[in-house]
Ligand binder design. Structure first.
Ligand SMILES: [Zn+2]
Length: 435
């Protein structure tokens, strides 16, 4: 009976088998596609957001295909990046004599962190502020003197210390920071007034979700710090509290192990930025019940309201290159020691260039008109190739910030064949013209 069934249905079975085989052959294609997408989402992306912001549909498709084939970047990478496991290492109370050691360790590990600095220490160690800024770390404001009695007796003394520290940082590196961490954290300290006025004034107040415990007592041993900073991590977005103020030698000892443990768990390292969603504690009952003098409406109108403009009304950068004109908003470029630094992919693509990134060799290739420029991230070597000649310039500072390559604008334009440049500035904009 069974034999008969097989004989009779042999043809049908053969057909079903062929169908199954076909389905199975198609499945790996889907899997490969997914795998490709996963591969296309590494740290090496050079600001992929420019794809969606600057392209029309057809060129977007072209670029997507081109990037897919070069196994490099994909159009929806920013969305995926948000989902990535990321750890934000933060160091409070510095800079101090120990900060240089922290920076050395971070440099060796090729990662960036965020430093919430005290104004009085900025005054004492300006060279350390310059160094951590130059090396691409983020700087946040941790008030001037960390004195709880003064800071938490009312909003206006807290405010005064924020402004004092901000001015001190700006004096040293020429940039203001809107990132703020409250000494001791906001819990028990910030009431609704503190939270809402800081937000209204344009600041991003950030607490943490993992406390390394390195300031819970004197000389907490490195082993304890490692354990508390890395065990039982359940978040994909981790903000770790550590300290680089005086007396935190054990934190320095613990740092390499903390880094490698997060690496082993598949975390990327990044700096905090004002744009991302902040980790914040809730207002506690004890903070609510504090009887503080509330700032008057007149005080708010003169201090808080105009302050938000500081972070939003900086100058735009207009680039007129050949027949192309494009604008970088104030948040899209930086001025570091008089040099205009721009994100390479965003800028060059808006000017009609084509940028590809070779993650393995850390090489960026820019094609613009008939010129090719190759930037070697590791050696700082720039090679310009035209049809008939090749030029090489050495040691141009290029930095990676949160997966984005930044380079000096002047050199970028020169190396892609736009040597004559002029710069004009007015209240609203900087305008750079090439001939
Ligand atoms: Zn602190």
């Amino acid at each position: 009976m069974i034999n008969k069934f097989f004989v009779v249905n042999k043809q049908k079975l053969g057909f079903v088998f062929t169908l199954l085989l076909l389905v199975l052959m198609m499945l790996p294609t889907q899997a490969q596609y997914r795998q490709l997408n996963a591969k296309l989402d590494p740290e090496g992306t050079l600001l992929p957001s420019s794809v969606s912001s600057s392209s029309n549909t057809s060129s977007l498709q072209e670029k997507t295909i081109e990037w897919l084939s070069s196994a490099e970047v994909q159009a929806d990478a920013p969305v995926k990046q948000k989902m990535k496991k990321t750890v934000y290492l933060t160091f409070d109370d510095g800079p101090s004599k120990l900060t240089g050691k922290v920076l050395d360790i971070l440099q060796d590990s090729n990662i960036k962190a965020t430093f919430f600095v005290l104004g009085e220490h900025v005054t004492r160690y300006p060279e350390l502020i310059s160094r951590l800024h130059e090396e691409g770390h983020a700087i946040g404001n941790h008030t001037y003197n960390h004195n709880y009695d003064e800071l938490y007796k009312g909003f206006s003394p807290f405010w005064n210390q924020i402004k004092q520290t901000e001015a001190e940082i700006q004096r040293v590196i020429g940039v203001r920071t809107s990132l703020v961490r409250a000494p001791g954290g906001t819990a028990g300290h910030f009431d609704n007034t503190y939270f809402s006025l800081m937000k209204q004034a344009g600041y991003q107040v950030i607490d943490w979700n993992i406390d390394s415990g390195d300031s819970r007592g004197r000389n907490v041993p490195a082993g304890d710090i490692i354990r508390q900073a890395t065990e039982n991590i359940s978040n994909d977005q981790v903000v770790v509290l550590m300290h680089d103020g005086g007396g935190h030698e054990e934190t320095i000892k613990a740092l390499p192990a903390i880094i490698s443990k997060y690496r082993a768990q598949g975390y990327n390292f990044d700096i905090l930025t004002p744009e991302q969603e902040s980790v914040q504690f809730k207002v506690t009952q004890s903070a609510k019940s504090l009887k503080r003098v509330q700032p008057s409406q007149a005080w708010i109108a003169t201090h808080i309201v105009p302050n938000a403009g500081i972070f939003t009304q900086s100058k735009d950068l207009i680039l007129q290159v050949g027949r192309m004109e494009t604008k970088l908003q104030s948040s899209e470029y930086r001025v570091v020691e008089g040099k205009i630094m721009v994100p390479v992919r965003l800028t060059m693509e808006r000017l009609g260039g084509r940028v590809t990134w070779d993650q393995e060799h850390k090489l960026a290739a820019i094609d613009m008109n008939s010129v090719s420029l190759q930037i070697d991230m590791a050696t700082g070597k720039w090679i310009t190739m035209r049809t008939d000649k090749q030029e090489q310039i050495n040691n141009i500072s290029v930095t990676m910030r949160g997966g984005t390559m930044w380079a000096p604008l002047r050199e970028l334009l020169q190396s892609t064949g736009h040597s004559t440049q002029s710069i004009h500035m007015n209240e609203q904009e900087r305008r750079i013209k090439t001939y």
